[in-house]
Design a protein around this ligand. Structure first.
Ligand SMILES: N[C@@H](CCC(=O)N[C@@H](CS)C(=O)NCC(=O)O)C(=O)O
Length: 336
């Protein structure tokens, strides 16, 4: 594991339970409840909850690309004062994700120092992986959802009536393109680096690495003539790609052996990465030190736990992407 078995914490190799025949296969996510603007009149366990300021809390780790995309949505959608956030310590250790400062998680449970406490509070006999991000219901003392793709979608719309923010990361006219990019990028890039890094057989590693670099080459060509993945507008697909790109040279290139090329070696991808990093509010969601330390202290892939000092990356250099037409994030028309 490590993880919970029948509500008890069990130590072990990270990702061990997700290795099958030498290949890494991500465990499906378990808590998938939704928040919508008004919920449902008589909430049962599987019906949507109503959006409310201060009721929900995000638990994240800066290492984690999946958590990172929820932090980005929280920032872009202006939800910082409505959804408090708790950030785990940099290192995923024997106790899983931990919080050296006890985190207030609402009146229903005692302050949390171990991330798995959120899981057992929700389901006392929970068995499975204990992951970030978690979207937590402070009032009920339960996990709402621990699937970052769902959380991203919820934050895009559920709180708009409270914030007045109408930015749309998943606009209807672009959904076909966004879905196609998401499918390709999830499989070969976001999860591709994990399949490369956690592979226990040469063949699984090579398959993942080839698919990863073929896809990066394809995106590099696309970005030569398009400002963003879906063209002129920044969408969810870009932010889902960004979270892997920003970790790539610092962590995946070395720790996950994805070392055919660096992102820095692709002119368009490197410039695009800088543009997204420099987008207002985004660099504050990225902690390169946590990323470097976090990946290299994973004993399953780096038993010495020695953390390299480099590489130096400078994401603040000019991005020079203004020559391509781009209109930023689309706004949803005001509701009538
Ligand atoms: N499906 C989840 C995956 C989250 C995930 O795998 N998080 C990793 C960190 S990047 C984690 O917490 N792993 C804990 C472990 O493997 O024990 C999502 O996208 O939200």
């Amino acid at each position: 594991m490590p993880g919970l078995v029948d509500g008890q914490w069990v130590r072990g190799d990270i990702a061990e339970s997700e290795i099958h025949g030498g290949a890494f296969e991500r465990e499906p996510t378990r808590f998938r409840r939704w928040i919508t603007p008004h919920g449902t009149p008589a909430p049962a366990d599987d019906t949507p909850l109503a959006a409310e300021a201060g009721r929900f809390q995000l638990f994240v780790a800066y290492l984690c690309p999946w958590a990172s995309r929820t932090l980005i949505a929280r920032r872009l959608k202006g939800l910082e004062s409505l959804i408090p956030v708790s950030v785990a310590d940099a290192v995923l250790g024997e106790d899983g994700w931990t919080y050296s400062e006890p985190q207030d998680a609402g009146p229903a449970i005692a302050p949390v120092t171990r991330h798995h406490q959120l899981y057992t509070a929700t389901e006392p006999r929970y068995t499975g992986k204990v992951s970030v991000p978690v979207l937590w219901d402070r009032q009920a003392g339960r996990i709402v959802n621990n699937e970052s793709a769902d959380i991203l979608r919820m934050l895009n719309t559920a709180f708009d009536h409270l914030t007045g923010n109408r930015l749309d990361l998943y606009p209807v006219p672009l959904r076909g393109e966004i879905d196609a990019w998401n499918a390709l990028i999830y499989e070969r890039v976001n999860n591709g680096v994990y399949r490369a890094g956690f592979a226990r057989s040469q063949a699984s590693h090579e398959t993942a690495v080839r698919a990863l670099f073929d896809t990066l080459a394809r995106i590099e060509r696309h970005l030569d003539v398009h400002r963003y993945l879906a063209g002129r507008h920044l969408t969810e697909a870009d932010w889902r790609l960004f979270v892997t790109l920003v970790r790539f040279d610092v962590a995946y290139h070395g720790a996950f052996k994805c070392n055919v090329r660096r992102i820095e070696d692709y002119p368009n991808l490197a410039a695009y990465l800088r543009e997204l990093y420099q987008w207002p509010g985004i660099r504050e969601t990225v902690n390169l030190e946590h990323i470097r330390v976090g990946y290299y202290t994973n004993a399953a892939i780096n038993p010495s736990l020695v953390v390299p000092l480099g590489p130096d990356v400078d994401l603040d250099r000019p991005h020079d992407r203004e020559h391509l037409p781009g209109e930023g994030i689309l706004e949803r028309p005001p509701a009538h």
